[in-house]
Design a protein around this ligand. Sequence first.
Ligand code: UD1
Length: 430
Amino acid sequence: MEQYAIKGGNPLVGEVEIGGAKNAALGILAAAVMTEETVTIENLPDLRDTAAMLQAMESIGIKVERVNRHTVKITAKSIRDLVIEEDSIKKIRASYYFLGALLGKYRRAEVALPGGCNIGLRPIDQHIKGFRALGADVRIERGLVITEAQQLKGTHIYLDVVSVGATINVMMAAVMAEGKTIIENAAKEPHIVDVANFLNSMGANVKGAGTDVIRIKGVSKLHGTEYAIIPDQIEAGTFMFAAAVTKGDVTVKNVIPKHLESISAKLMEIGCEVEESDDAVRVVAAKPLTHTHVKTLPYPGFPTDMQPQITVALGLSKGTSIVTESIFENRFKYVDELTRMGANIKVEGNTAIIDGVSKYTGASITAPDLRAGAALVTAALAAEGISTIDDIKFIERGYEDFPQKLQSLGAQIEKVSTDRELQKFRLKIG
Ligand code: UD1
Protein backbone atom coordinates (compact mmCIF):
# COMPACT_ATOMS: atom_id res chain seq x y z
CA MET A 1 0.00 0.00 0.00
CA GLU A 2 1.26 3.46 -0.85
CA GLN A 3 2.05 5.68 2.11
CA TYR A 4 4.09 8.73 2.99
CA ALA A 5 7.14 8.18 5.15
CA ILE A 6 8.07 11.32 7.01
CA LYS A 7 10.90 12.25 9.34
CA GLY A 8 9.85 15.34 11.23
CA GLY A 9 11.82 18.12 12.80
CA ASN A 10 13.08 20.17 9.86
CA PRO A 11 11.72 23.72 9.64
CA LEU A 12 10.26 24.24 6.18
CA VAL A 13 12.16 27.02 4.44
CA GLY A 14 11.91 28.43 0.93
CA GLU A 15 9.40 29.19 -1.78
CA VAL A 16 6.59 27.07 -3.15
CA GLU A 17 4.43 27.60 -6.22
CA ILE A 18 0.70 27.09 -5.67
CA GLY A 19 -1.37 25.38 -8.36
CA GLY A 20 -4.84 26.06 -9.73
CA ALA A 21 -7.82 25.84 -7.37
CA LYS A 22 -9.26 22.33 -7.24
CA ASN A 23 -12.77 23.39 -6.35
CA ALA A 24 -12.86 26.06 -9.07
CA ALA A 25 -11.45 23.57 -11.58
CA LEU A 26 -14.20 21.03 -10.88
CA GLY A 27 -16.94 23.59 -11.54
CA ILE A 28 -15.18 24.98 -14.59
CA LEU A 29 -14.60 21.54 -16.16
CA ALA A 30 -18.30 20.78 -15.84
CA ALA A 31 -19.26 24.20 -17.22
CA ALA A 32 -17.04 23.53 -20.26
CA VAL A 33 -19.67 21.05 -21.53
CA MET A 34 -22.08 23.94 -22.03
CA THR A 35 -20.73 24.90 -25.45
CA GLU A 36 -20.02 22.91 -28.57
CA GLU A 37 -17.01 25.13 -29.29
CA THR A 38 -13.55 24.37 -27.94
CA VAL A 39 -12.71 25.64 -24.47
CA THR A 40 -9.07 25.92 -23.35
CA ILE A 41 -8.51 25.74 -19.61
CA GLU A 42 -5.13 26.73 -18.19
CA ASN A 43 -3.69 26.38 -14.68
CA LEU A 44 -5.69 23.17 -14.26
CA PRO A 45 -4.31 21.26 -11.25
CA ASP A 46 -3.24 17.70 -12.06
CA LEU A 47 -5.17 15.82 -9.36
CA ARG A 48 -7.14 12.64 -8.92
CA ASP A 49 -10.39 14.65 -8.77
CA THR A 50 -9.74 16.63 -11.96
CA ALA A 51 -8.67 13.40 -13.72
CA ALA A 52 -11.96 11.77 -12.62
CA MET A 53 -13.96 14.70 -14.05
CA LEU A 54 -12.10 14.51 -17.37
CA GLN A 55 -12.56 10.75 -17.54
CA ALA A 56 -16.29 11.15 -16.93
CA MET A 57 -16.45 13.72 -19.71
CA GLU A 58 -14.69 11.38 -22.13
CA SER A 59 -17.11 8.62 -21.15
CA ILE A 60 -19.99 10.59 -22.68
CA GLY A 61 -18.14 11.44 -25.87
CA ILE A 62 -16.59 14.79 -25.00
CA LYS A 63 -13.19 15.37 -26.62
CA VAL A 64 -10.47 16.06 -24.07
CA GLU A 65 -7.05 17.06 -25.36
CA ARG A 66 -4.26 17.49 -22.84
CA VAL A 67 -2.04 20.25 -24.23
CA ASN A 68 0.36 19.97 -21.31
CA ARG A 69 0.16 18.96 -17.65
CA HIS A 70 -1.86 22.05 -16.72
CA THR A 71 -3.69 22.92 -19.93
CA VAL A 72 -6.58 21.06 -21.44
CA LYS A 73 -8.79 21.66 -24.48
CA ILE A 74 -12.35 20.45 -24.20
CA THR A 75 -14.79 20.13 -27.08
CA ALA A 76 -18.30 18.97 -26.23
CA LYS A 77 -19.50 18.82 -29.83
CA SER A 78 -20.04 15.12 -29.97
CA ILE A 79 -21.79 14.33 -26.67
CA ARG A 80 -23.29 10.85 -27.06
CA ASP A 81 -25.03 10.54 -23.79
CA LEU A 82 -26.27 12.55 -20.81
CA VAL A 83 -25.72 9.77 -18.28
CA ILE A 84 -22.62 9.95 -16.07
CA GLU A 85 -22.20 6.92 -13.85
CA GLU A 86 -18.54 6.00 -14.10
CA ASP A 87 -17.04 4.37 -11.02
CA SER A 88 -14.42 7.08 -10.61
CA ILE A 89 -17.03 9.84 -10.61
CA LYS A 90 -19.03 8.19 -7.87
CA LYS A 91 -16.16 8.86 -5.49
CA ILE A 92 -16.06 12.60 -5.96
CA ARG A 93 -18.36 15.23 -4.66
CA ALA A 94 -18.18 17.56 -7.62
CA SER A 95 -19.81 15.05 -9.94
CA TYR A 96 -22.98 16.97 -9.05
CA TYR A 97 -21.76 19.86 -11.22
CA PHE A 98 -22.60 17.80 -14.30
CA LEU A 99 -26.23 18.01 -13.23
CA GLY A 100 -26.37 21.81 -13.44
CA ALA A 101 -24.18 22.02 -16.54
CA LEU A 102 -25.94 19.31 -18.59
CA LEU A 103 -29.39 20.36 -17.44
CA GLY A 104 -28.58 23.98 -18.33
CA LYS A 105 -27.40 23.14 -21.83
CA TYR A 106 -29.25 19.93 -22.81
CA ARG A 107 -32.25 20.14 -20.46
CA ARG A 108 -31.47 16.66 -19.14
CA ALA A 109 -28.88 14.91 -16.99
CA GLU A 110 -28.45 11.64 -15.15
CA VAL A 111 -25.55 11.60 -12.74
CA ALA A 112 -24.50 9.14 -10.04
CA LEU A 113 -25.23 10.44 -6.54
CA PRO A 114 -22.18 12.37 -5.34
CA GLY A 115 -19.48 10.85 -3.13
CA GLY A 116 -16.51 12.80 -1.76
CA CYS A 117 -14.97 13.05 1.70
CA ASN A 118 -16.92 11.49 4.51
CA ILE A 119 -17.09 14.57 6.71
CA GLY A 120 -20.76 14.45 7.57
CA LEU A 121 -24.13 14.38 5.91
CA ARG A 122 -23.81 16.13 2.61
CA PRO A 123 -27.33 16.58 1.25
CA ILE A 124 -28.03 18.12 -2.17
CA ASP A 125 -31.51 19.36 -1.34
CA GLN A 126 -30.60 22.97 -2.15
CA HIS A 127 -29.27 22.00 -5.59
CA ILE A 128 -32.53 20.17 -6.23
CA LYS A 129 -34.59 23.07 -4.91
CA GLY A 130 -32.82 25.39 -7.38
CA PHE A 131 -33.30 23.07 -10.38
CA ARG A 132 -36.99 22.63 -9.54
CA ALA A 133 -37.45 26.39 -9.17
CA LEU A 134 -36.07 26.75 -12.70
CA GLY A 135 -38.75 24.33 -13.92
CA ALA A 136 -36.89 21.02 -13.94
CA ASP A 137 -38.19 17.71 -12.73
CA VAL A 138 -35.72 15.97 -10.38
CA ARG A 139 -35.87 12.41 -9.09
CA ILE A 140 -33.49 9.86 -7.64
CA GLU A 141 -33.58 6.39 -9.19
CA ARG A 142 -31.09 3.51 -9.38
CA GLY A 143 -28.44 5.55 -7.54
CA LEU A 144 -28.70 8.33 -10.10
CA VAL A 145 -30.00 11.86 -9.81
CA ILE A 146 -32.16 12.35 -12.88
CA THR A 147 -33.21 15.82 -13.89
CA GLU A 148 -34.99 17.04 -16.99
CA ALA A 149 -36.97 20.02 -18.20
CA GLN A 150 -38.94 20.95 -21.28
CA GLN A 151 -37.91 24.48 -20.66
CA LEU A 152 -35.91 26.30 -17.98
CA LYS A 153 -37.32 29.62 -16.84
CA GLY A 154 -35.47 32.28 -14.86
CA THR A 155 -36.77 32.74 -11.35
CA HIS A 156 -36.05 33.97 -7.83
CA ILE A 157 -34.28 31.36 -5.67
CA TYR A 158 -33.49 31.69 -1.99
CA LEU A 159 -30.97 29.11 -0.76
CA ASP A 160 -31.82 27.99 2.78
CA VAL A 161 -28.18 27.22 3.56
CA VAL A 162 -25.08 28.93 2.24
CA SER A 163 -23.81 26.23 -0.09
CA VAL A 164 -20.86 26.43 -2.45
CA GLY A 165 -22.06 23.49 -4.52
CA ALA A 166 -25.68 24.60 -4.77
CA THR A 167 -24.68 28.16 -5.72
CA ILE A 168 -22.43 26.97 -8.57
CA ASN A 169 -24.86 24.32 -9.73
CA VAL A 170 -27.91 26.58 -9.84
CA MET A 171 -25.84 29.30 -11.52
CA MET A 172 -24.85 26.86 -14.28
CA ALA A 173 -28.41 25.62 -14.73
CA ALA A 174 -29.64 29.22 -14.99
CA VAL A 175 -27.18 30.75 -17.48
CA MET A 176 -29.11 29.39 -20.48
CA ALA A 177 -32.58 29.61 -18.92
CA GLU A 178 -35.12 31.96 -20.38
CA GLY A 179 -35.15 35.33 -18.60
CA LYS A 180 -33.68 36.49 -15.31
CA THR A 181 -32.66 34.41 -12.31
CA ILE A 182 -31.76 35.79 -8.91
CA ILE A 183 -29.97 33.54 -6.41
CA GLU A 184 -30.22 34.87 -2.87
CA ASN A 185 -28.12 33.78 0.09
CA ALA A 186 -25.48 32.64 -2.39
CA ALA A 187 -22.07 31.43 -1.19
CA LYS A 188 -19.22 33.90 -1.84
CA GLU A 189 -16.13 31.69 -2.10
CA PRO A 190 -13.44 32.76 -4.59
CA HIS A 191 -14.15 29.70 -6.73
CA ILE A 192 -17.75 30.84 -7.20
CA VAL A 193 -16.43 34.06 -8.68
CA ASP A 194 -14.04 32.03 -10.83
CA VAL A 195 -16.78 29.80 -12.24
CA ALA A 196 -18.94 32.91 -12.90
CA ASN A 197 -16.02 34.63 -14.67
CA PHE A 198 -15.46 31.51 -16.74
CA LEU A 199 -19.16 31.35 -17.72
CA ASN A 200 -19.07 35.06 -18.60
CA SER A 201 -16.01 34.49 -20.76
CA MET A 202 -18.18 31.96 -22.65
CA GLY A 203 -20.84 34.62 -23.21
CA ALA A 204 -23.01 34.18 -20.11
CA ASN A 205 -24.41 37.17 -18.24
CA VAL A 206 -23.75 36.58 -14.53
CA LYS A 207 -23.44 39.50 -12.13
CA GLY A 208 -22.87 39.69 -8.39
CA ALA A 209 -20.82 36.51 -7.91
CA GLY A 210 -18.79 37.03 -4.74
CA THR A 211 -21.74 38.75 -3.05
CA ASP A 212 -24.76 37.03 -1.57
CA VAL A 213 -27.04 37.95 -4.47
CA ILE A 214 -26.20 36.61 -7.93
CA ARG A 215 -28.17 37.92 -10.91
CA ILE A 216 -28.21 35.99 -14.15
CA LYS A 217 -29.71 36.99 -17.49
CA GLY A 218 -30.24 33.89 -19.59
CA VAL A 219 -28.51 33.69 -22.98
CA SER A 220 -29.37 31.25 -25.74
CA LYS A 221 -25.84 30.11 -26.54
CA LEU A 222 -22.37 29.95 -25.01
CA HIS A 223 -19.14 30.00 -27.01
CA GLY A 224 -15.57 28.78 -26.72
CA THR A 225 -13.03 30.54 -24.51
CA GLU A 226 -9.53 30.45 -23.07
CA TYR A 227 -9.42 30.71 -19.32
CA ALA A 228 -6.86 30.37 -16.51
CA ILE A 229 -8.07 29.02 -13.15
CA ILE A 230 -7.33 31.01 -9.96
CA PRO A 231 -4.75 29.73 -7.46
CA ASP A 232 -5.84 27.29 -4.77
CA GLN A 233 -6.65 29.03 -1.49
CA ILE A 234 -6.53 25.79 0.52
CA GLU A 235 -3.29 24.45 -0.94
CA ALA A 236 -1.71 27.83 -0.14
CA GLY A 237 -3.19 27.84 3.36
CA THR A 238 -1.91 24.30 4.00
CA PHE A 239 1.67 25.35 3.16
CA MET A 240 1.27 28.49 5.30
CA PHE A 241 0.27 26.38 8.29
CA ALA A 242 3.03 23.87 7.50
CA ALA A 243 5.46 26.79 7.91
CA ALA A 244 3.89 27.65 11.25
CA VAL A 245 3.99 24.15 12.75
CA THR A 246 7.56 23.44 11.64
CA LYS A 247 8.80 26.86 12.87
CA GLY A 248 9.74 27.63 9.30
CA ASP A 249 9.86 30.48 6.80
CA VAL A 250 7.84 29.77 3.66
CA THR A 251 6.75 32.00 0.80
CA VAL A 252 3.72 30.73 -1.09
CA LYS A 253 3.89 32.08 -4.64
CA ASN A 254 1.27 32.51 -7.36
CA VAL A 255 -1.53 33.25 -4.87
CA ILE A 256 -4.18 35.94 -4.46
CA PRO A 257 -3.40 37.28 -0.94
CA LYS A 258 -6.96 38.62 -0.56
CA HIS A 259 -8.28 35.04 -0.68
CA LEU A 260 -5.94 34.15 2.20
CA GLU A 261 -6.92 36.95 4.58
CA SER A 262 -8.71 34.84 7.21
CA ILE A 263 -5.83 32.34 7.16
CA SER A 264 -3.19 35.09 7.47
CA ALA A 265 -5.15 36.76 10.28
CA LYS A 266 -5.23 33.54 12.34
CA LEU A 267 -1.53 32.89 11.73
CA MET A 268 -0.70 36.38 13.00
CA GLU A 269 -2.94 35.86 16.04
CA ILE A 270 -0.97 32.77 17.02
CA GLY A 271 2.36 34.55 16.71
CA CYS A 272 3.54 34.18 13.10
CA GLU A 273 4.72 37.01 10.89
CA VAL A 274 2.84 37.23 7.61
CA GLU A 275 4.10 39.44 4.79
CA GLU A 276 1.95 39.97 1.72
CA SER A 277 3.11 41.09 -1.70
CA ASP A 278 1.22 41.24 -5.01
CA ASP A 279 1.03 37.53 -5.66
CA ALA A 280 2.85 35.94 -2.74
CA VAL A 281 2.56 35.56 1.01
CA ARG A 282 5.48 34.82 3.34
CA VAL A 283 4.91 33.14 6.70
CA VAL A 284 7.70 33.25 9.30
CA ALA A 285 7.25 31.34 12.53
CA ALA A 286 10.12 32.66 14.63
CA LYS A 287 8.30 32.81 17.98
CA PRO A 288 6.53 30.04 19.94
CA LEU A 289 2.89 29.67 18.84
CA THR A 290 0.10 30.84 21.15
CA HIS A 291 -3.52 29.77 21.57
CA THR A 292 -6.60 31.22 19.90
CA HIS A 293 -10.25 30.47 19.18
CA VAL A 294 -11.57 29.87 15.69
CA LYS A 295 -14.91 29.02 14.11
CA THR A 296 -15.25 27.82 10.55
CA LEU A 297 -17.62 29.89 8.43
CA PRO A 298 -18.51 30.41 4.79
CA TYR A 299 -16.15 32.80 2.94
CA PRO A 300 -14.83 35.32 3.93
CA GLY A 301 -14.80 33.45 7.27
CA PHE A 302 -12.19 30.88 8.19
CA PRO A 303 -12.58 27.94 5.74
CA THR A 304 -13.76 24.56 6.98
CA ASP A 305 -11.20 23.07 4.59
CA MET A 306 -8.47 24.66 6.78
CA GLN A 307 -9.93 23.44 10.08
CA PRO A 308 -7.68 20.36 10.50
CA GLN A 309 -4.58 22.37 9.57
CA ILE A 310 -5.21 25.05 12.22
CA THR A 311 -6.08 22.38 14.80
CA VAL A 312 -2.69 20.75 14.19
CA ALA A 313 -1.01 24.12 14.80
CA LEU A 314 -3.06 24.89 17.90
CA GLY A 315 -2.16 21.44 19.26
CA LEU A 316 1.40 22.77 19.47
CA SER A 317 0.47 26.25 20.74
CA LYS A 318 0.83 27.41 24.33
CA GLY A 319 -2.45 27.47 26.23
CA THR A 320 -5.98 26.30 25.52
CA SER A 321 -7.60 26.84 22.14
CA ILE A 322 -11.12 26.17 20.92
CA VAL A 323 -12.00 25.21 17.36
CA THR A 324 -15.67 25.22 16.39
CA GLU A 325 -16.73 23.50 13.17
CA SER A 326 -19.92 25.09 11.89
CA ILE A 327 -20.14 23.71 8.33
CA PHE A 328 -19.77 19.91 8.54
CA GLU A 329 -20.79 17.90 11.58
CA ASN A 330 -18.26 15.09 11.30
CA ARG A 331 -14.99 16.80 10.64
CA PHE A 332 -12.92 15.90 13.71
CA LYS A 333 -12.28 12.24 12.88
CA TYR A 334 -8.56 12.92 12.46
CA VAL A 335 -8.25 13.99 16.09
CA ASP A 336 -7.81 10.34 17.16
CA GLU A 337 -4.81 10.09 14.85
CA LEU A 338 -3.36 13.35 16.16
CA THR A 339 -3.82 12.10 19.71
CA ARG A 340 -1.66 9.14 18.80
CA MET A 341 1.07 11.65 17.99
CA GLY A 342 0.77 13.19 21.45
CA ALA A 343 -1.88 15.92 20.97
CA ASN A 344 -4.18 16.74 23.87
CA ILE A 345 -7.56 17.42 22.26
CA LYS A 346 -11.07 16.76 23.50
CA VAL A 347 -13.92 16.83 21.01
CA GLU A 348 -17.44 17.67 22.18
CA GLY A 349 -19.96 17.80 19.36
CA ASN A 350 -18.75 20.35 16.86
CA THR A 351 -16.08 21.79 19.19
CA ALA A 352 -12.50 20.75 19.82
CA ILE A 353 -10.86 21.90 23.04
CA ILE A 354 -7.13 21.84 22.57
CA ASP A 355 -4.52 21.98 25.29
CA GLY A 356 -1.25 22.73 23.55
CA VAL A 357 1.63 20.28 23.98
CA SER A 358 5.32 21.05 23.46
CA LYS A 359 5.84 18.43 20.74
CA TYR A 360 4.28 15.68 18.64
CA THR A 361 5.98 12.33 18.23
CA GLY A 362 6.05 10.24 15.05
CA ALA A 363 3.42 7.51 14.68
CA SER A 364 1.78 5.27 12.06
CA ILE A 365 -1.37 7.09 11.13
CA THR A 366 -4.11 7.04 8.51
CA ALA A 367 -5.52 9.91 6.47
CA PRO A 368 -9.28 9.92 7.08
CA ASP A 369 -10.05 12.43 4.32
CA LEU A 370 -8.39 14.94 2.01
CA ARG A 371 -7.76 18.02 4.18
CA ALA A 372 -7.30 16.10 7.44
CA GLY A 373 -4.80 13.91 5.58
CA ALA A 374 -2.78 16.96 4.54
CA ALA A 375 -2.98 18.37 8.07
CA LEU A 376 -1.64 15.09 9.50
CA VAL A 377 1.29 15.36 7.07
CA THR A 378 2.08 18.79 8.55
CA ALA A 379 1.85 17.28 12.06
CA ALA A 380 4.29 14.56 11.04
CA LEU A 381 6.65 17.18 9.61
CA ALA A 382 6.67 18.90 12.99
CA ALA A 383 6.92 15.67 15.00
CA GLU A 384 9.96 14.14 16.57
CA GLY A 385 10.88 10.91 14.76
CA ILE A 386 9.38 9.00 11.88
CA SER A 387 5.72 8.78 10.89
CA THR A 388 3.96 6.85 8.19
CA ILE A 389 0.66 8.00 6.73
CA ASP A 390 -1.67 5.54 5.02
CA ASP A 391 -4.55 6.16 2.63
CA ILE A 392 -2.70 8.93 0.82
CA LYS A 393 -5.11 8.52 -2.09
CA PHE A 394 -7.29 11.02 -0.23
CA ILE A 395 -4.48 13.57 -0.13
CA GLU A 396 -3.73 13.04 -3.82
CA ARG A 397 -7.31 14.04 -4.60
CA GLY A 398 -6.43 17.64 -3.80
CA TYR A 399 -2.65 18.21 -3.64
CA GLU A 400 -0.46 17.98 -6.72
CA ASP A 401 3.11 16.79 -6.11
CA PHE A 402 2.66 17.24 -2.36
CA PRO A 403 5.79 15.31 -1.28
CA GLN A 404 7.92 16.95 -3.98
CA LYS A 405 6.80 20.45 -3.02
CA LEU A 406 7.47 19.72 0.66
CA GLN A 407 10.89 18.24 -0.18
CA SER A 408 11.78 21.45 -2.02
CA LEU A 409 11.21 23.25 1.30
CA GLY A 410 13.57 20.87 3.12
CA ALA A 411 11.06 18.29 4.37
CA GLN A 412 12.08 14.66 4.70
CA ILE A 413 9.12 12.96 3.09
CA GLU A 414 8.85 10.18 0.55
CA LYS A 415 6.07 8.21 -1.04
CA VAL A 416 6.79 4.52 -0.45
CA SER A 417 4.92 1.44 -1.66
CA THR A 418 6.66 -1.46 0.07
CA ASP A 419 8.26 -2.29 3.42
CA ARG A 420 11.57 -2.41 1.61
CA GLU A 421 11.16 1.19 0.40
CA LEU A 422 10.19 2.25 3.91
CA GLN A 423 13.29 0.54 5.25
CA LYS A 424 15.41 2.35 2.64
CA PHE A 425 13.89 5.67 3.73
CA ARG A 426 14.74 4.90 7.38
CA LEU A 427 18.33 4.03 6.46
CA LYS A 428 18.72 7.10 4.25
CA ILE A 429 17.59 9.60 6.84
CA GLY A 430 19.60 7.82 9.54
C1 UD1 B 1 -17.61 22.56 -1.12
C2 UD1 B 1 -16.18 22.12 -1.30
C3 UD1 B 1 -15.61 21.60 0.00
C4 UD1 B 1 -15.80 22.60 1.11
C5 UD1 B 1 -17.23 23.09 1.18
C6 UD1 B 1 -17.44 24.24 2.15
C7 UD1 B 1 -16.16 21.39 -3.60
C8 UD1 B 1 -16.11 20.25 -4.55
N1 UD1 B 1 -16.15 21.08 -2.31
O1 UD1 B 1 -18.34 21.39 -0.75
O2 UD1 B 1 -14.23 21.35 -0.19
O3 UD1 B 1 -15.47 22.01 2.34
O4 UD1 B 1 -17.67 23.55 -0.11
O5 UD1 B 1 -16.59 25.30 1.83
O6 UD1 B 1 -16.17 22.54 -3.98
N2 UD1 B 1 -25.86 21.68 2.44
C9 UD1 B 1 -27.20 21.36 2.55
N3 UD1 B 1 -27.91 21.15 1.40
C10 UD1 B 1 -27.35 21.26 0.16
C11 UD1 B 1 -25.99 21.60 0.05
C12 UD1 B 1 -25.26 21.81 1.21
O7 UD1 B 1 -27.73 21.25 3.65
O8 UD1 B 1 -28.07 21.07 -0.83
C13 UD1 B 1 -25.07 21.93 3.66
C14 UD1 B 1 -23.91 20.94 3.82
O9 UD1 B 1 -24.32 19.75 4.46
C15 UD1 B 1 -22.94 21.76 4.65
C16 UD1 B 1 -23.16 23.18 4.15
O10 UD1 B 1 -24.44 23.18 3.52
O11 UD1 B 1 -23.31 21.70 6.01
C17 UD1 B 1 -22.12 23.69 3.19
O12 UD1 B 1 -21.95 22.75 2.14
P1 UD1 B 1 -21.49 23.17 0.68
O13 UD1 B 1 -20.98 24.58 0.71
O14 UD1 B 1 -22.56 22.83 -0.27
O15 UD1 B 1 -20.27 22.21 0.46
P2 UD1 B 1 -19.91 21.38 -0.83
O16 UD1 B 1 -20.32 22.12 -2.06
O17 UD1 B 1 -20.32 19.97 -0.64
